[in-house]
Write a new protein. Structure first.
Length: 128
């Protein structure tokens, strides 16, 4: 699995590890189009991923920001080398699901809230 470390300059969750790509669609933009666009903008990956599932989460951050989001998860296969947009991403790595689960359990403070929900609740694959 490809995961990213968010740029330390992000307005929340900076420096934390998360799913490969995160974003919001532009007004009127289809979610599938936004997904492909942001993969290219953040990681230089030209891919049309497949919808997996969706979920809702809510968190209050220390900086008084509240996120209450309806997230859509997409998956795809990529065998190249990402080209990082350093304004968005500090680093990346490929990791097995087993290794990710162990590291996340031992170091939960190094991962974004929403990514922990995805992993801890078994939402890495389509359960719909």
């Amino acid at each position: 699995m490809l995961i990213q470390q968010r740029a330390k300059t992000k307005y929340h969750s900076g420096g934390l590890w998360s799913n490969a790509c995160c974003s919001h669609p532009r007004p009127g933009e289809k979610i599938t189009d936004a997904t492909s666009r942001r993969l290219k903008e953040e990681l230089g990956i030209d891919l049309n991923p497949t919808f997996s599932h969706k979920f809702i989460y809510r968190i209050e951050f220390a900086n008084q920001l509240i996120e209450h989001e309806f997230d859509h998860v997409y998956v795809g296969t990529f065998n190249g080398t990402p080209v990082l947009n350093t304004g968005e991403i500090e680093a990346y790595k490929f990791i097995s699901e087993e290794e990710l689960r162990v590291h996340m359990k031992d170091n939960p403070d190094q991962y974004t809230h929403w990514f922990k929900l995805i992993v801890e609740n078994g939402l890495l694959i389509d359960e719909a």
